[in-house]
Structures are given as structure tokens and as C-alpha cells.
Design a protein around this ligand. Structure first.
Ligand code: NI
Length: 225
């Protein structure tokens, strides 16, 4: 399931993140790639433990904390500290699957959900689409600055070569309370439908109460902590 999270960061937060990242010592992106993906990858990244990654990362984490869509779709148990990358003209990342396990901030996480937060407006670059092979076919994504996309870490994906300009983004992984993408999708669809019904009928409507109970009981059945 691929979900767009519009306005995860406000325009002001995007501007602050970009200003912080301008002073970073960008390094070759192969540092976080596995042996297979390193061969397919040409981009630049901000070192994980740098002051800039931590400051800009805090802005991203704050955005996640207040996003009902991110929380309903990813059902986060642990979030890997946000990383930052940049593709200038000629750079790309060929088809790959992200590593299953990541070590960061002293913890080990299983990567269930991948997230990209776009920091560059689409008119600033050509190419650079994030192309994801989803259950329903291939999807090509290029969103507004401040928007995020979340997708299952099990999907094969790539970033097309940049032919003009520069594409800056934050990316990170989440270990979900619900490991299966199929189950997360079902819960997300159900949650979205319940919210819509609650708006129309009110939170205390019998049907809404009963569906909400069903949602929580399914979640309880599937959750791993
Ligand atoms: Ni990737």
C-alpha cells in the first residue's frame, strides 16, 4: 500500500530543514547501502550522526508525531532516525529493496515501512521520480515539498536519474506494530472509513461504536510489540 501524506512538514519547516542541510558535509550515499544496492546508487547523504541530521531530523519527527495519516497507515512501533539525501544532475538509485534490518540510535529495527519526505518542489528538478512496484502495479511518485510517501519496505523501488536541478529529501524506516502490509492496509482502510462515518453520524452512533470496537480488536489480534 502506497499512501501520500500531504503537508507532513509546513512550508516553514521545509525551509528550515533545507537551511540546516545547506551547511552539512554531504558524503557518498553508498555508506548506508547494502552490497547489492551500493552498485546501483549514486547520490549524496548527510552523515547520520551530524548535528545537521539531528536538527533537521527533529523537525521531521515532530511532523510525524502530529500526522494522523502517518500514524494510521504506518502504525509505528519504532522510527529510525530520519536521514537526508540529495540527487544532483546525473545521479540515480537503481532498482533495489531496502535492507531488512537497520541499526541506529543504539537500537535495531526491522524495516516494515519506508518513508520519503520531499524537500524540493517538483519544479526544481526533472527526473528523480520515486518508482515503486506496488501490489497494484508500478507507481511513479513526485510530490510537493513537505509531502511524504510511505510504502512497504518489501517493495522493489528506484529513483530515476535527475536530468536537471537537484532533489533533496528525508528518508527513514519504521518498524510497524503490524508487520504484514496486507493487514496494515486493511486496518488503514477500515480506520479511514470509520473516521468518515463518525463525521457524518457522530462518534456515539451505534454502528460507529461497533466498527471502532472491531478495528481495535483486529489490531489487538495482529499487533506485535
Ligand atoms: Ni531504498
Amino acid at each position: 500500500m502506497l499512501v501520500r501524506v500531504p503537508g507532513l512538514l509546513t512550508p516553514d519547516e521545509v525551509a528550515r530543514a533545507v537551511a540546516i542541510l545547506r551547511s552539512a558535509d554531504w558524503v557518498d550515499g553508498k555508506v548506508t547501502a547494502g552490497a547489492q544496492s551500493a552498485q546501483a546508487k549514486t547520490n549524496l547523504q548527510v552523515p547520520e550522526n551530524s548535528r545537521q541530521a539531528k536538527e533537521a531530523g527533529a523537525l521531521v519527527l515532530r511532523g510525524l508525531g502530529r500526522s494522523p495519516v502517518f500514524n494510521a497507515a504506518a502504525l509505528p512501533l519504532r522510527v529510525f532516525p530520519p536521514l537526508f539525501n540529495r540527487y544532483d544532475a546525473g545521479m540515480r538509485f537503481g532498482d533495489h529493496v531496502d535492507n531488512a534490518i537497520r541499526f541506529g540510535a543504539g537500537a535495531r529495527i526491522r524495516t516494515d515501512v519506508s518513508t520519503t519526505v520531499f524537500l524540493s518542489p517538483p519544479e526544481d528538478y526533472d527526473g528523480g521520480e520515486l518508482v515503486i512496484q506496488d501490489t497494484y502495479g508500478t507507481q511513479s511518485v513526485k510530490f510537493e515539498a513537505g509531502d511524504a510517501v510511505i510504502y512497504p519496505s518489501t517493495s522493489l523501488h528506484r529513483v530515476n536519474e535527475i536530468t536537471r536541478g537537484s532533489r533533496w529529501a528525508s528518508f527513514f524506516w519504521t518498524q510497524s506494530l503490524v508487520r504484514s502490509d496486507e493487514r496494515r492496509r486493511l486496518l488503514f482502510d477500515m480506520d479511514t472509513a470509520i473516521q468518515r462515518l463518525a463525521m457524518e453520524l457522530g462518534q456515539t452512533h451505534d454502528g460507529v461504536v461497533s466498527l471502532t470496537a472491531g478495528y481495535h480488536n483486529l489490531l489487538r489480534m495482529w499487533v506485535e510489540m
